[in-house]
Structures are given as structure tokens and as C-alpha cells.
Design a protein around this ligand. Structure first.
Ligand code: TMP
Length: 211
């Protein structure tokens, strides 16, 4: 199921500050879609399982130091190494719900002061999402949720800059959900957004569009 026999899956991206609830909500959306008979997978970036991903993970946990440009390119490389698998999954009809994507790459690196256009450049040519959902939470509220795990970027002042950059990146096509609502409300809105896209048939065209 999921549209026409030969139709492709949707590329759905969730973005937001650390502790906005993305990970929980991505997982819930996948469970809900599967329950309804769709083929869906949960993906996340960084994908820490690859060798590039392990370098990123070690950087994030402060076990290694890297120049800001270098780590930016590693995050991007981590998406590039998954691009062909992503494309074949989509073409075979599987919907991918992705916890963070290129927008995290740009929002976080430019919060360090890197030029935003430079940050966008290595993302050109990656697959463009059909739907970007931004889980909107004030940085102070996210910090109150606790659970900042001590990773490199989990600091209030830095997250404020990231939040500002997301606003700069936000295009009119992004869907925004108030991440301070209850988990159930967010879950319901997210699912509804997915199905509105289905009704409009925006996910199942013949080609995968490109960033
Ligand atoms: P995670 O907590 O979702 O695993 O993400 C790890 C951190 O990496 C998070 O603080 C956001 C940051 N990040 C980037 O700086 N650039 C990127 O391209 C991605 C995907 C994440």
C-alpha cells in the first residue's frame, strides 16, 4: 500500500533543537505508518554506525577535536554515504522518516560563525525532502527538559543561535509544530501532516527531486 503500485516512498524530515522531541516523534510516526500498512523506516543523522559516523560521534562526545569546517564536511559526507541507499529505498516504495538532515548541518555549523552559504554548498545534490517538519520549542524550555547529555552542542547559548539559524533557513513549505504541546498532540499533528501530503499526492511523483 501507499499509493500506486510503482510509486515511491516519501522523504519526511524532522528538525529542531536538541530535546525538542524529534527522536520520540519520528519513531511514533514510523510505528503509526506501519500500523496503517505503509512501508516506513526510521533513519537519523548523524548515522553513527558508519566509520564517518564514528568520527562524528567521538567529536560530539568531546573525545576528539576537529576544525569546524572539517566536522561540517564530515556531517555532510555522512549524508552522502547514505544517499544511494536512501534513493533506492524511496524508489522501492519505502517512506523514510529522518531525524535531522541537511538543515541541522547548516543551522549548527553556522551557529559557530561559519558562512551560511559555505555551509549549504556540500548539501547540494542530496535528495530533497517531500516534507520538513520543524518541532518548535524555545531554547529555554528545551533546556528545562533536562537530559542534555553533555554532548558538545547541548548548551543553552549555543542552542539559541541554532534556533535563530533555523528561522533563517525556514522556507514557507516547512510545517511547524509547537513542540511544547503534549506528546500525543504533536504525534497527531505530525500524522495529519503526512496524510495531507498523501491526499495532495505530493509524495508519489516519478522522480526524486534534488536539493
Ligand atoms: P543527535 O543528538 O540528533 O544525534 O545529533 C547530534 C548533534 O549533532 C546535535 O547536537 C545536532 C548536531 N548536528 C550537526 O551539527 N550537524 C549535522 O549535520 C547533524 C545531522 C547534526
Amino acid at each position: 500500500r501507499g499509493g500506486k503500485e510503482d510509486s515511491r516512498g516519501a522523504l519526511v524530515v524532522l528538525e529542531g533543537l536538541d530535546r525538542c522531541g524529534k527522536t520520540t516523534q519520528s519513531a511514533r510516526l514510523v510505528t503509526n505508518l506501519e500500523r496503517l500498512g505503509y512501508s516506513a523506516e526510521l533513519w537519523r543523522f548523524p548515522d553513527r554506525t558508519t566509520s564517518v559516523g564514528k568520527m562524528i560521534s567521538s567529536y560530539l562526545s568531546n573525545e576528539s577535536q576537529l576544525d569546524d569546517h572539517t566536522i561540517h564536511l564530515l556531517f555532510s559526507a555522512n549524508r552522502w554515504e547514505k544517499r544511494s541507499l536512501m534513493e533506492s529505498k524511496l524508489k522501492s516504495g519505502t517512506t523514510l522518516v529522518v531525524d535531522r538532515y541537511s538543515y541541522s548541518g547548516v543551522a549548527f555549523s553556522s551557529a559557530k560563525g561559519l558562512d551560511i552559504e559555505w555551509c549549504k554548498a556540500p548539501e547540494i545534490g542530496l535528495l530533497a525532502p517531500d516534507l520538513v517538519v520543524y518541532l518548535d520549542i524555545p531554547p529555554e524550555k528545551a533546556a528545562e527538559r533536562g537530559g542534555y547529555g553533555g554532548e558538545r552542542y547541548e548548551q543553552l547559548e549555543f542552542q539559541k543561535k541554532v534556533g535563530h539559524n533555523y528561522q533563517v533557513l525556514c522556507s514557507p513549505t516547512w510545517k511547524i509544530i509547537d513542540a511544547c504541546s503534549s506528546m500525543e498532540d504533536v504525534e497527531e499533528q505530525l500524522q495529519e501532516m503526512f496524510f495531507v501530503g498523501l491526499i495532495r499526492n505530493i509524495y508519489f511523483n516519478d522522480s526524486t527531486t534534488i536539493v
